[in-house]
Every structure is written in C-alpha cells, then in structure tokens.
Design a protein around this ligand. Structure first.
Ligand SMILES: Cc1cc2nc3c(=O)[nH]c(=O)nc-3n(C[C@H](O)[C@H](O)[C@H](O)COP(=O)(O)OP(=O)(O)OC[C@H]3O[C@@H](n4cnc5c(N)ncnc54)[C@H](O)[C@@H]3O)c2cc1C
Length: 414
C-alpha cells in the first residue's frame, strides 16, 4: 500500500470542504481532498444563500467565480401567503440588496455548480482532489492518518489534521464518536429543480403558506428555479404514488401565488426528494488531529436555508485559524467552537420562530397564523430581529432577540 504525506486531509469536497481546501492551498498548505462521489449531482440540497452567506463568499474571495459559474443575485423576498393579498405581498417585499453593506443580496445557484466551482478553485490553488474515494479507516490524535481506496487501489495518507467536511452523515464525525443533539422534526421539506418557469421576475424569491403547504420559489437563471414544498411531518404519504413530481408541482396551484401556472406548469429538471427537517448540533466539533466543518459538525434545519452560509463561515473561520500560525493544537480552535455553538443556538431559535409563524398548517389555523405574521412584521423589534437574523447573520441581532420570552410573545393566545 502506498503512503503519502500532506498537511491536511479534507474528507468531502462539497461546499465547506472545497472552500477550506482552496483557502489553505493558496497559502501553501498541502491539501488532499477525498470526495466520495465520482461527480457532483443534484441530491436536492441548498441552492439559496442568504446575504450573510454571500458576505462569506466575498470574504473567501469566491463570490465572483460563483456568479460567473451561474449564480444570480436575489434582491427581493416576496411573502406570497394566504394571509396576505398578492398585491400587498408585492408592495411590501423585503429588500435583500440593502441589508448588508456591499452585499448585492442573496444568491441562487445550483448545488452541484457551487461544488464544481469551489473544487476548481481549490485545484487551481494547488489542492489535490480525488473523486470516487472510499474512506476505509481513519485515526486522529497526534499522528492522524486516513486509509482510502480508489480504483481498487488502497492508499494511506498521513497528515497533521483531518477535516471532516463530509456532510450530514459524516463518517469522520462517526469515527470520532461525536453524537449530535437534535430536535424533533415538525415538517418534511421536499425539493425539485424545474425548467421553463415563465415570467417570474429575476431576483425575486418567495416563501409563504397556503392551506397545508409551505411553498418556496427560488429563481435561477433562464427560467430555471429551485422549488421546495414543506408539509406536516404527519403527512407521510403526501408525495407517495407514481407521479410525485406532478403532485409536488400541483401543490403550487394556490391563490396566494399570482398566476401560479408560471410555476405549477414548469418542467421537472431534477429529482424530487423529501427529508424530515430538524436541527442538529454539537459543542465539540474539534479534537486532537481533527476538525468538523459544515453539516458534518451539525446542521441548521434547512427550513430556514442557512446551511450554505454556515458551511462557508466554518470554512473561513477554520482557514483563518490554521493560517494564523503553525500551531494546530485543539485549543487553537476554541474561538471557532464557541462562535459556532452560539451561532447554531441562535439559528435554532430563528427556526423555531419562523416555523411557529408559518405552521400551523391548514384552513382552521389561518387566523392564528395571520396574527403571528403580523406580530413578526410590526411592533416588536426583538421578534422582527429574530427573523431578520436569518438573512443578516445570527450575530447581527441583539442577544435579547433570542430570549425565550420573545417566542412566548409570538405564541401567546390572542
Ligand atoms: C432539502 C434540503 C434543502 C436545503 N436548502 C437549503 C437552502 O436553500 N439554503 C441553504 O443554505 N442550505 C440548504 N440546505 C442545506 C445545505 O445543502 C447544506 O447545509 C450544505 O450543502 C452543507 O455543505 P457541506 O459542505 O457541509 O455538505 P455537502 O454540501 O453535503 O457536501 C458534503 C460532501 O461530502 C461528500 N461525502 C459524503 N460522505 C463522504 C465520505 N464518506 N467520503 C468522502 N466524501 C464524502 C459528499 O459527496 C459531498 O460532496 C438544504 C438541505 C436539504 C436537505
């Protein structure tokens, strides 16, 4: 078996892994990234990035490359929802392009495109990326190493640090023995990429509830859009049956979305898959010889679309620490672990408030939801900031916005 030696092995060359590999490689750190897939394909993952995530792409120096590869600015958020008339939703659209100085808005971009682009940047900076790599064994501690197989050949690579960037089901996290905390799912979120969306304004995203559905529209370029559909966790058979893509699209034929055929008559352009939505987290993403980043370190409930931003901030913070000096002892990552724990705590709170306002689903709960959305949008600065934090970044809102009493005010009976 051949043995190599590098400074850092990154397991998983997705969003967080490729972004970090690029940062380290361009500073002269030798990096080997092991990616399980042969090529990046649509697994129904994140394709909308909030403005604070876009700010992270700028700080990482990858923003213009992502736009050049097909990313588009999302400048308005329109809340098409059964409790608001469509004209009112249009008139009160939330501006995303003026939230953070120098940030043009959110960004919409295919997940495989983001991965390919970040990987190409990492390779251009000098990192080696091996696709089709199956990790067979890992040791951490003072002398970390990873054994992997590619094209039926077994190899071992010794390094100073293993970075676990291998997503939700992280093998690095499991090998490290870190169990994630998690809360109970309240909804399923299904997603599908579609083509031939007609006349949807460029740069306008929408999320709202109608009946028993939470409906998300994120336009990409040239009539393509990423759609998501949220529905009750009890409704397990909602997309059962042979034509789940059709059932999915028909959910968008609702009055809340004006001229809804623009979306509902679109053409499927990728798989339709549903996942239960929950937050997961750990306060210990670092141990001797190993650092977890992105979903591998615990993930924000995708209902509020924070995972890409979280992954990119992780990559930036860990990269900055590793490039500050040559000491990569676990204590050097304390600022990352502490900031991440607080960031994820705040995002869990954002998610609770957001889902409290968009669920309960169903016609008998409309009045309750209308009242909650009105509370969110007016009068209570802490409630407003607990939601605005999703777009601006969890650190932007004051600590008082994440106090349990804020949520109590939202849930208090009329
Ligand atoms: C339905 C759904 C909708 C979402 N919507 C949004 C959204 O709108 N906005 C948002 O910001 N986030 C969203 N997310 C979350 C977002 O996709 C993730 O948080 C983000 O992709 C995390 O990046 P990552 O690099 O940690 O993981 P990934 O992007 O998952 O990358 C992990 C990589 O590791 C590779 N890998 C896995 N196992 C191994 C292994 N054993 N060895 C080697 N390689 C391995 C994978 O092939 C992959 O390339 C959504 C998630 C879901 C499930």
């Amino acid at each position: 078996m051949s043995t190599e030696q590098v400074d850092v092995v990154v397991v998983g060359a997705g969003i967080a892994g490729s972004a970090l590999a690029r940062t380290l490689a361009r500073a002269g750190v030798s990096v080997l990234a092991l990616e399980r897939s042969k090529e990046y394909v649509d697994h129904v993952r994140g394709e909308y990035m909030h403005p604070w995530g876009v700010a992270e792409t700028q700080r990482l120096g990858v923003h213009d490359d992502l736009i050049a590869a097909g990313g588009s600015d999302i400048v308005r958020f329109v809340g098409y929802d059964e409790v608001v008339a469509p004209e009112e939703a249009d008139a009160t659209a939330f501006p995303l392009d003026t939230l953070l100085p120098g940030v043009p808005g959110g960004m919409s971009i295919g997940h495989p495109t983001s991965c390919r682009t970040l990987e190409a940047l990492a390779v251009g900076a000098g990192a080696e990326v091996v696709h089709g790599a199956e990790v067979l064994d890992m040791t951490f501690g003072a002398t970390p190493s990873v054994t992997y197989q590619v094209d039926s050949t077994e190899r071992r690579v010794d390094c100073r640090v293993v970075v676990g960037a291998d997503g939700r089901e992280s093998s690095v996290r499991k090998r490290l023995g870190v169990e994630l905390h998690r809360n109970d799912p309240r909804i399923f979120l299904a997603g599908m990429l579609v083509d031939e969306v007609r006349d949807w304004p460029d740069g306008h995203s929408s999320i709202g509830t109608d009946g028993d559905s939470m409906l998300y529209v994120f336009p990409q370029r040239e009539g393509t859009a990423r759609l998501y559909l949220g529905f009750s966790i009890e409704d397990k058979t909602r997309l059962a049956g042979r034509d789940k893509a059709r059932t999915f699209l028909d959910s968008f034929r609702v009055e809340a979305i004006p001229d809804n055929a623009r979306v509902a008559d679109a053409v499927p352009a990728g798989p339709c898959a549903a996942y239960p939505m929950f937050d997961s987290w750990t306060d210990s993403p670092v141990a001797e010889g190993v650092v977890l980043v992105g979903d591998a370190a615990g993930f924000s409930d995708p209902t509020i679309g924070e995972g890409l931003s979280v992954a990119l901030r992780d990559a930036r913070m860990v990269g900055d620490i590793m490039l500050e000096d040559d000491d990569w002892a676990p204590a050097r990552f304390d600022s990352y672990s502490e900031e991440r724990a607080e960031r994820m705590r705040r995002l869990r709170f954002c998610n609770q408030v957001y889902t409290d306002a968009h669920i309960p689903l169903g016609p008998d709960r409309v009045a309750e939801r209308r009242r909650r959305l009105q509370l969110l949008n007016g009068g209570d600065p802490d409630l407003f900031m607990s939601i605005a934090a999703m777009a601006c970044g969890p650190e932007v809102a004051p600590e008082t916005s994440f106090d349990p009493s804020v949520r109590d005010r939202l849930l208090a009976p009329a």
